[in-house]
Design a protein around this ligand. Structure first.
Ligand SMILES: Cc1cc2nc3c(=O)[nH]c(=O)nc-3n(C[C@H](O)[C@H](O)[C@H](O)COP(=O)(O)OP(=O)(O)OC[C@H]3O[C@@H](n4cnc5c(N)ncnc54)[C@H](O)[C@@H]3O)c2cc1C
Length: 553
């Protein structure tokens, strides 16, 4: 915990040094003493301290200073630190000004020069004020602070990135907190660029991208080596499974993710069906455990780095990162998963991140306490989302295109949903428009039976409507199906023929793509079972197949 600050200001160097000396002698153990030689300089220091969220306990200012008097300085300083105690250092002739200040700015004490002996004149008065301050003022948050508006997509992205990388932060809503608004305005005038992210060391990032945030937060974004035995692209359950087994079995293993470890599973509020967790566990918890396990076993993990391309130059495979870096390996695992499908109706794109979210945006759920929210989709992920939001929202309405949940959702979830009084399920329903200026205000839905539209007030809408594979990085390199999923193993053999350009005298291994030594695991695979356990299992199997492959090259 940083020490609270006592700030003293005087234009006469001798007096300033004497005050500083006496303050240090008595308060050094518990407080940091900061000094300034003018009101203007002191005010700059106060602004900087505020920006760093440093606690200031007491101002001690000389009344007689040119340009800005002690009272004038205290008037300005108390706007930034209203709780700090205010003391004026005065001469006999200033008594009237000091008494005026008691009324006008709530001056706590005035001290006549000289203050000798400090044991009798200075310390008792300040001790009293400081113990009073400590008893009443909560110490400020010392970690990362993110200032912005709830409805800004870039604020949502930054918060989501920090949360998914398990980096604690404090959210400052500049629409509700005038002090936060002032802080943000100093770095981003007129709120043109948000969020403004404040770090404890005083650094400030304005509308940072994920890579800058990751670098500043100390996440690894650059590989330590140019060459690895295995590179795994994607750090969802499949990638994490491969990383744990690869590293534990002695392969030099690098895993790369464009966002955070955990993948889709990391965004899930509760995974009930993963083996070994009878009460279920949150995706964030699973991601945290698996990441720590992979790192402990020796896997290197890069976050906020996207792999944009893959190239083959036998016997090596190469990946290119978005910053242009190229890394080489002996075998590659594609574990890039999928993104939920986008809802292409008017209003949705503009309001995504501003009341409309894909998947269970856990970071947002608490903001919709007591509000009416909608969940679109009828599969398990939608059911889990509805259950999670029902803890916060006054009402959750599930909008399902099909005629019943039974066709697409596990029975245990259907039972849970039926038991919740604040969840309503509307089947045979489609969303046709999202309405709102800066944020979602209403949704228009159509009853597929009657064709009648209906517009309902909505604070938020969470979409769970299918998936698109992340396979652009291997377009033209490995075989993909029409929907873009990567084809592997026996699915590559058509009418007894091995894939085009396949030169080996064996069939592709299970999970091997049309290029030997490039494997795919998890949701990115054609025909995959979209489950955490199967993704983890495939990650592990991919490593065992890589051992077999490496024996032959
Ligand atoms: C809300 C929700 C709830 C779910 N609940 C359950 C459940 O309860 N039980 C269950 O079994 N399953 C559940 N699932 C499904 C399960 O999460 C997925 O099947 C599983 O996460 C797939 O793992 P994966 O590693 O194959 O891919 P993903 O989890 O999709 O991970 C892929 C990773 O690759 C990264 N990536 C993509 N492209 C690139 C690139 N070019 N460069 C670098 N990185 C890249 C992504 O950022 C991502 O982190 C749920 C899914 C969702 C969305």
């Amino acid at each position: 915990m940083a020490k609270p600050i006592i700030l003293t200001v005087d234009d006469e160097p001798q007096v300033l040094n004497a005050v500083e000396r006496d303050l240090r002698r008595h308060y050094r153990g518990d407080y940091r003493i900061v000094k300034a030689t003018s009101g203007v300089e002191a005010l700059d220091a106060v602004r900087e301290l505020k920006r760093r969220n440093a606690p200031v306990a007491l101002f001690l200012a000389d009344q007689r200073m040119p340009v800005m008097s002690g009272t004038e300085f205290l008037t300005e300083a108390r706007k930034l630190y209203p709780e700090a105690r205010k003391v004026l250092l005065t001469a006999y002739a200033d008594t009237e000004a000091a008494i005026d200040s008691i009324n006008s700015i709530g001056l706590d004490f005035y001290l006549m020069k000289p203050w000798d002996p400090p044991e009798q004149v200075l310390y008792p008065a300040l001790d009293d004020l400081l113990s009073d301050w400590q008893a009443t003022v909560p110490l400020p948050y010392e970690g990362i602070r993110v200032a912005g508006t709830l409805w800004s997509p870039s604020c949502h992205r930054a918060k989501d990135f920090l949360a998914r990388n398990r980096i604690p932060y404090q959210w400052l809503d500049i629409e509700k907190d005038a002090e936060a608004a002032e802080l943000a305005a100093a770095a981003s005038p007129k709120r043109h660029r948000l969020p403004v992210v404040f770090f404890p060391d005083g650094d400030v990032l304005v509308e940072p991208d994920n890579l800058s945030l990751a670098n500043k937060c100390g996440l690894q974004t650059q590989a330590a080596e140019p060459f690895y035995d295995v590179i795994i692209v994607g750090a969802g359950p499949a990638g994490l499974g491969a990383a744990v087994y690869g590293a534990s079995e002695g392969l030099r293993t690098l895993m790369i993710d464009k966002e955070a470890t955990g993948g889709q599973a990391g965004t899930s509020s509760r995974i009930e069906n993963y083996l070994g967790f009878p009460k279920g566990l949150s995706g964030a918890d699973l991601a945290r455990r698996a990441t720590a396990q992979a790192q402990r076993l020796g896997a290197e993990i890069l976050t906020a780095q996207e792999v944009t391309g893959v190239r083959v130059e036998d016997p090596y495979r190469f990946v290119t990162l978005s910053d242009g870096t190229e890394l080489a390996c002996r075998a590659l695992v594609l574990a890039t998963g999928v993104t939920v499908r986008k809802l292409d109706v008017p209003g949705v794109h503009a309001l995504t991140g501003a009341g409309i979210y894909y998947g269970a945006a856990l970071t947002e759920a608490a903001y919709y306490r007591g509000e009416q929210v909608f969940v679109v989709g009828g599969a398990n992920s939608a059911g889990q989302g509805a259950m999670f939001f029902s803890r916060y929202a006054s009402k959750v309405t599930m909008l399902v295109r099909g005629s019943s949940l039974e066709r697409s959702m596990s029975q245990y979830l259907i039972d849970q949903i039926e038991a919740m009084e604040n969840i309503e399920v509307r089947v045979l329903t489609e969303v046709v428009e999202a309405i709102g200026e800066d944020r979602l205000e209403a949704v228009t839905i159509v009853d597929k039976d009657t064709g009648l539209p209906e517009t309902l007030p909505a604070a938020a809408m969470f979409l769970f409507i299918g998936a698109v594979p992340h396979s652009g990085l291997v377009a033209g390199v490995v075989e993909r199906n029409n929907a873009g999923f990567v084809v592997t193993g026996s699915d590559l053999t058509h009418n007894g023929h091995r894939p085009k350009n396949w030169k080996l005298k064996r069939d592709p291994y299970f999970l091997e793509t049309s290029v030997p030594g490039i494997f795919a695991a998890g949701d990115i695979r054609h025909g995959s079972v979209r489950r955490v356990a199967s993704a983890v299992g495939q990650g592990a199997i991919a490593i065992s197949l890589i051992h077999q492959y490496l024996k032959t090259v």
